[in-house]
Design a protein around this ligand. Structure first.
Ligand code: SF4
Length: 426
């Protein structure tokens, strides 16, 4: 065991939230291991699944070990990308992380394979102590629609139930859910919370969808306006008991749009880093550390080319902030905002479509007037919803397992209508 364990954050609330003055890179290492995925989410950021599979198949167990030993400041490791539980060596990697002394050994998963209790137990025995289950609706109608995978909700809930049942044996286990907020599920926060209550989840993280990958391609139909998300979340939180407020958290939304929310439930953007083969990051190193970004150029503190020698390839160290620097923008007025130093800006695609009206500089501690429009005033549900559901369910993104069919299009349409509460032509 190395000295990583001295800095255990056990007992603190894990909000994935940056603190002012902390490094741009963060101390959470994402290790990408999922060649493929058994869900087919409408908003998946990893659109090029063929490239992902090729990239990860070139990655060896020794590469994974090097990733976990290179940076002495790393305190958490999260296995992610695609669906990590489909990787046959996941248990071995978890054990490796535990033996290297990481206080937090985590997994970002759709939860489906955790429905098999012996498998869930195997991962926990290997050292897994933080599980983040991606679940995007209060029931199968919504979640299976968004994941385009029939039965995904039932299996994810069974996985959560297994984790709850195993907590007695693994008392250090933390279980979070991650709900990608979009136009098709923004109205179900409370239903989701109530559906999850029996499952003993520690924290529900609501990540606002990023217009990246499929979410970028279909953002006109899938992206919820920030003002609608903030309004719906405000109403949701107002109806929660104190213990519920302590358990929910809204992430990936500009701070100036959430001033009507209590501070403990709102966040900014996540900080983590990962390793990616040189030349496949999509970015170019740019200028000195802390320098301004331009286009797809990012500063040296966010992208370090050839930081790691793998057995087959050399890897760059890429901070989450590199993606933000390339995709988010600010306007001159942001310089007067109290959160300018913390905020990474607004997605360029978002402001190109909807403009800057929602983003009013904020003085910390004083707030600003609530957004003029709230979800629930008006229908809050885009008229395009039914059309996009049909289009999205028929998209050509290939499922990744032989025999998986075409993403369940027939059922998806039926589900979409039920989930939206409308019939065609409404
Ligand atoms: S810096 Fe700009 S985008 Fe960020 S919170 Fe302030 S006003 Fe909003």
């Amino acid at each position: 065991m190395n000295d990583r364990s001295h800095d255990s954050q056990a007992g603190t609330r894990d909000r994935g939230m940056p603190a002012q003055g902390s490094s741009a890179v963060g101390n959470r290492l994402h290790v990408c291991v999922g060649y493929s995925c058994n869900n087919n989410c409408m908003f998946c950021m990893e659109d090029d699944r063929v490239a992902r599979a090729a990239r990860l198949k070139a990655q060896t167990p020794e590469d994974v070990r090097r990733m976990m030993t290179l940076d002495p400041d790393a305190r958490e490791v999260m296995f992610t990308s695609g669906e990590p539980t489909l990787h046959p060596r996941l248990g071995e990697y978890i054990r490796m992380a535990r033996d290297l002394g990481f206080p937090t050994v985590g997994l970002i998963t759709n939860g489906r394979r955790l429905a098999y209790k012996p498998y869930a137990r195997e991962l926990l025995e290997a050292g897994l102590n933080h599980v983040l289950v991606s679940i995007h609706g209060p029931n199968g109608k919504v979640h299976d629609m968004l994941t385009r995978s029939k039965g995904a909700f039932v299996q994810a809930v069974a996985g959560l139930a297994n984790l709850a049942a195993l907590r007695g044996e693994f008392p250090g286990l933390k279980v979070h859910t991650s709900y990608v907020v979009n136009a098709l599920n923004v109205r179900y926060f409370r239903e989701f919370y109530d559906a999850m209550r029996p499952l003993g989840v520690d924290q529900h993280v609501f990540n606002v969808m990023m217009p990246d990958g499929r979410g970028g391609t279909d953002m006109g139909h899938l992206m919820a306006r920030y003002r609608d998300v903030a309004g719906a979340f405000q109403a949701f939180v107002a109806g929660l008991p104190p213990e519920g407020v302590a358990r929910v958290f809204l992430l990936d939304i500009p701070y100036c749009t959430t001033t009507a929310l209590p501070d403990p439930v709102r966040g900014y953007v996540e900080r983590y880093f990962h390793y990616e083969p040189d030349g496949e990051t999509g970015f170019e190193p740019h200028g000195p550390a802390g320098g301004a970004a331009a286009g797809d150029e990012v500063s040296a503190d966010l992208l370090q080319a050839s930081a790691l020698d793998g057995e087959n390839v050399r890897y760059s160290k890429v901070a989450k902030g590199a993606h933000d620097a390339a995709m988010r923008v600010k306007r001159p007025e942001c310089a007067s905002c109290g959160f300018d130093g913390l905020c990474r800006g607004v997605f360029r695609q978002y402001v190109e479509r909807w403009g800057w009206d929602e983003f009013v500089p904020v003085r910390p501690g004083f707030g600003s007037p609530p957004p003029p429009e709230r979800a629930g005033e008006g229908d809050g549900f885009p008229k395009e919803t039914l059309a996009v559901d049909e289009a999205a369910s028929g998209r050509s993104n290939p499922p990744e397992r032989a025999g998986e069919g075409d993403g369940f299009p027939k059922e998806t349409l039926a589900v979409d209508e039920a989930a939206s509460g409308r019939s065609k032509g409404a």
